[in-house]
Design a protein around this ligand. Sequence first.
Ligand SMILES: Nc1ncnc2c1ncn2[C@@H]1O[C@H](COP(=O)(O)OP(=O)(O)OP(=O)(O)O)[C@@H](O)[C@H]1O
Ligand SMILES: [Mg+2]
Length: 252
Amino acid sequence: MPQSDTSAPAGSIADRSAPSLEVRSVTAGYGAHTVLRDVSLVAESTEVISLLGHNGAGKSTLLRAIAGVIEVMEGDIRFNGTSQLGRGSAHVAKDGIALVPQGRGVFPTLSIGENLRLGAGVARGVRDRTKVTLDFVLDLFPALAHRLHEDAGTLSGGQQQMVAIGTALMACPRFLLLDEPSTGLAPVLVQTMLDQIRSVHRELGIGVVIVEQNIHEALRISDRAYVLRLGEIVRDGPAATLLDDPDIWGLF
Ligand SMILES: Nc1ncnc2c1ncn2[C@@H]1O[C@H](COP(=O)(O)OP(=O)(O)OP(=O)(O)O)[C@@H](O)[C@H]1O
Ligand SMILES: [Mg+2]
């Protein structure tokens, strides 16, 4: 199981401050349809966190609430101690929280390079880091490196997912929210993709919250996990503990 493998040392000042990302007793949904009930979650930039649960449990809804795509009905969402409520998704993205939505979301008629450059336009103060970040993305996903001028729509599903993650990284986020990044990938590619996500966390020091259907594989690359059921958190803990708990599979 991964140990903390980013630069912040245990016991540092960062450890004693408020959690970097904090979801406090959040109720949220769509119009009159309440999906999330009293959901709380904390995430640090030193962690990879899995968000697990059956279809319709509210996983995507929770990521959308954190990213400011939907409004919170009750509760609070804080980033570095500051409430994000009412700021809207564009501001939340500028503040350093990047959402890669379910179903990829690349622009198919733009080239791979154009997609990636769009990401660099999102956040504040990243222009001087654009070249370094692009080099990192192309090192991480070498399949993209020789095809920068090709339309993203010509890529395989897995490669489009790489473009979507790469585009999010170009904004130099502090947290990456990934909604089922391995959807549609062959099992052998699922492992590779999740290992690449762990590398992103390790190399860039970005906190990751990942929604996955591949529970075992997700726990393998995570430090902690939360399980959602019918819009409520029914279990959380270290990924190693959940992996060893036979009762966990009854929650899905
Ligand atoms: N845009 C929407 N408008 C109205 N209801 C929605 C919308 N998106 C999702 N829902 C409803 O919210 C509930 C939770 O959906 P959500 O997509 O968050 O679940 P999920 O855990 O991500 O599921 P899956 O594993 O299938 O992606 C479901 O009942 C769903 O029908
Ligand atoms: Mg979903």
